[in-house]
Ligand binder design. Structure first.
Ligand code: TMP
Length: 199
């Protein structure tokens, strides 16, 4: 039989609800400040949109996810944990977590491991790939909510599955991208894998 299908899963915005927790913490910490409701989010970087509200607001926004405990506290996206487990159990499929830590790595890096351990378990440590350049990672599919993923390898080996989130829901797919609207059983993630396997 042919080789296994390699699927790379992004964490923030795909498995873990970065945006929801960010907004909750920002509003709790700065109740008097303007904020961006999820339905008004556009552009991948939440900080960029907050900087547009004022330099001080942008700085405060940065501080929210640099705080100790932020990355560990993220709630799983609905259906994500179940889907990840099912995917990893599929015959002929190898699943990896492919995530970019923030530059202020102190809490983020260790908490990403802790999050994976907490929600998926110790055996998932084997699957963890931390990189700031996802284009150099080998895979058949990368499931990620960031619309433009660029880096040292062009084109990357993987096909990009754009995972729908508030900030990318109006983005037009480009160059071989396909879209995945969530992890619920009828979102069609299995079909995307099957189609790729048959290529
Ligand atoms: P990802 O491409 O693996 O999802 O990487 C997202 C990383 O980018 C994550 O560590 C959080 C960080 N990030 C920012 O630095 N600023 C932002 O505005 C957002 C949304 C994410």
């Amino acid at each position: 039989s042919p080789r296994n299908l390699r699927v790379l899963l992004d964490m923030d915005g795909v498995l873990a609800d970065f945006e929801g927790q960010f907004l909750k913490n920002f509003r709790e910490k700065y109740p008097q400040d303007p904020f961006v409701p999820l339905e008004d989010r556009s552009g991948f970087y939440v900080t960029k949109q907050y900087y547009a509200l004022g330099q001080d607001i942008g700085t405060k926004a940065f501080g929210i996810y640099e705080e100790k405990g932020f990355f560990l506290s993220l709630q799983p996206i609905e259906g994500a944990i179940e889907a990840a487990r099912e995917m990893a159990d599929m015959e002929g499929v190898d699943v990896y977590i492919c995530t970019s830590p923030i530059k202020k790595y102190t809490h983020c890096v260790v908490e990403k491991y802790q999050w994976l351990d907490k929600h998926l378990g110790k055996e998932w440590m084997e699957r963890m790939i931390l990189t700031r350049d996802k284009t150099v990672i080998n895979g058949d599919l990368l499931i990620d909510d960031k619309p433009n993923i660029t880096g040292g390898m062009s084109p990357p080996q993987w096909q990009h599955v754009l995972f729908t989130s508030w900030h990318n829901r109006d983005v037009t797919l480009q160059g071989g991208q396909v879209r995945l609207d969530g992890w619920l059983p009828h979102s069609g993630w299995r079909d995307i894998l099957e189609r790729k396997r048959q290529e």
